[in-house]
Design a protein around this ligand. Structure first.
Ligand code: HEM
Ligand code: HEM
Length: 176
């Protein structure tokens, strides 16, 4: 069987998400450890402006997450029927949505009782769970060849950036 091929648009957006989410997760953990710590702290929290660093990762992440969501609901919607894919996207939406509502001064001022902050923390737990389920399911369904195909740099003719718009447009026409 030939190895699976992933559309370049998906690989680019998904690749950026798969890099940025762990960065947001880790910098978020450092923010938590430095400014909250009600459920414990890391044994060592490196000094740094973690809120600003995390905020910067978040600012880069949210527009890409928006594009990725748009892709997943249009050209990628057949695969969104896989619960493990949908769960990952749902957890990402919750983390990014609550992140957009966060204010950087809340934690600096010790105001830890905002509902938005509670949701953002919950999203942090959920995204770890959802991505673990997502990776396990991908490995079960297609094994390493499927996972590797998401990181492949190979490009087929007809799948270059110039074709992306047409791919999205086609997904509106094809009733799948
Ligand atoms: C994977 C987990 C996480 C993701 C994807 C995420 C994502 C985001 C996003 C997209 C923003 C908005 C940035 C902006 O547009 O201004 C944000 C802001 C923020 N997040 Fe997170 N976050 C995560 C975990 C956490 C955790 C665990 C904490 C800390 C306890 C945290 C604390 C904050 C704070 C304080 C802000 C406001 C920062 C600012 O506005 O400069 N986040 N986050
Ligand atoms: C970090 C956050 C992640 C999110 C939010 C996410 C989300 C998604 C979504 C929504 C899809 C379906 C795309 C479509 O509709 O066409 C997908 C597919 C896929 N993802 Fe992720 N993903 C993440 C991380 C990862 C990681 C780290 C890996 C691998 C180690 C991975 C492996 C895959 C694979 C192999 C597929 C194709 C699955 C299939 O054919 O159904 N993902 N991902």
């Amino acid at each position: 069987m030939p190895p699976p091929y992933q559309p370049s648009q998906l690989r680019l957006l998904h690749g950026a998400i798969a890099l940025l989410v762990p960065l947001a997760w880790i910098t978020g953990l450092l923010v938590y450890s430095a400014h909250d710590g009600r459920f414990g702290r890391l044994p060592f929290t490196p000094p740094g402006e973690w809120i600003d660093i995390h905020g910067t990762v978040g600012v880069v992440l949210w527009p890409i997450a928006l594009l990725f969501g748009f892709y997943a609901f249009t050209a990628g919607r057949v695969r969104l029927r896989q619960p493990a894919n949908a769960i990952a996207l749902l957890a990402l939406s919750l983390a990014v949505g609550s992140g957009k509502l966060m204010q950087e001064n809340w934690l600096r001022d010790g105001r830890l009782d905002h509902i938005v902050y509670a949701v953002h923390l919950l999203a942090w737990l959920l995204i770890a769970l959802a991505v673990s389920i997502h990776i396990t399911a991908a490995l079960q369904r297609g094994g390493l060849p499927l996972v590797r195909s998401m990181a492949s740099l190979q490009l087929r003719s007809g799948d270059r950036p110039g074709h992306w718009f047409a791919q999205i447009r086609r997904s509106f026409k094809v009733g799948r």
